[in-house]
Design a binder for this molecule. Structure first.
Ligand code: HXC
Length: 258
């Protein structure tokens, strides 16, 4: 049984939900949670009663990123050997459509997870960001690639290099999310969208998802691979150790460029 997610295979006819459930840590994505998420998606993909999947967090956080405490003392080689991205690669291979229902923080790996899904429904209080730069690293699970494709180079560059968050309304204006709705109904709205998709031919849906993704899949593979290596490389720097230690110790980091 998973401990850090709640899986409901038939929340509605044809629609499964997965709730990320580490509320105290703002759903920080540690290795266990990501492993459970991968396993759940593999199971739901094989469950013929399920035609669409909704992933959500809670009102305060979709997910505030990969677990900084779990990564803080890791070396570049540790990161390489842990190979967490094979989990992300498997998630990306899910054949059924996945909708991210986002409220509160969707930061770093949290923003990347939402972008790995096929559509995003945001609540008015959702905030999106790639703040890795503030802790001495960079996005590693597709942020530099998917964000740039979704919102364009200028906006993506600013978010990735300054760590600034954007609001749900900005995210909609830039084309990152499908729509923004009131906090009270964001999950219902995602369920409605999922229910509509669940009435379609599952075969046609699967093939259509694959085809839309194919518009950029080849370049994406290349880009993800490149980003991953650079993400690992940041773990060879003193700035990564300083940046993550500063987060854990709740102080401002001092970066030296080493
Ligand atoms: C571990 C985290 C966390 C994270 C929050 N927490 N984000 N723990 N990893 N990513 C923990 C805090 O340490 C704290 O625990 C508790 O959750 C509540 O968070 P606070 O900081 O007290 O809340 P608040 O002041 O409201 O600030 C919210 C926040 C801030 C702005 C979202 O928590 C924040 O900046 N988080 C980190 C965001 C980030 O840098 N994400 C990118 C991570 S790197 P305690 O024990 O103190 O109560 C990344 C790489 C992806 O994602 C690539 C690989 C997959």
């Amino acid at each position: 049984m998973p401990e850090l997610i709640i899986v409901t295979p038939e929340k509605q006819p044809g629609v499964a939900t997965i709730q990320l459930n580490r509320p105290k840590e703002l759903n920080a994505l540690n290795l266990q949670l990501m492993g459970e998420l991968r396993d759940a998606l593999v199971e739901l993909d094989a469950n013929t009663n399920v035609r669409c999947i909704v992933i959500h967090g809670n009102q305060r956080a979709f997910a505030a990123g990969a677990d900084i405490k779990q990564m803080a003392d890791k070396t570049a080689i540790d990161m390489l050997m842990i190979d967490q991205f094979s989990t992300w690669d498997r998630i990306r291979k899910t054949r059924k459509p996945i909708i991210a229902a986002v409220s509160g923080f969707a930061l770093g790996g949290g923003c990347e997870l939402a972008m790995t899904c096929d559509m995003i429904i945001a609540s008015e209080s959702a905030q999106f960001g790639q703040p890795e730069i503030k802790i001495g690293v960079m996005p590693g699970a597709g942020g530099t690639q998917r964000l740039t494709r979704a919102i364009g180079k200028a906006k993506a560059m600013e978010m990735v290099l300054t760590g600034k968050f954007i609001s749900a309304v900005e995210a909609e204006r830039y084309g990152l999310v499908n729509r923004v709705v009131a906090d009270e109904i964001y999950l219902d709205e995602a369920m409605k969208l999922a229910a509509t998709i669940a009435t379609m031919s599952p075969v046609a849906v699967m093939l259509a998802k694959e085809s839309v993704n194919r518009t950029y899949e080849t370049f994406l593979d290349e880009g993800l691979h490149f980003e991953r290596k650079n993400f690992y490389l940041t773990f060879a720097s003193e700035d990564q150790k300083e940046g993550m230690a500063a987060f854990v110790e709740k102080r401002a980091p001092v970066f030296t460029g080493k």
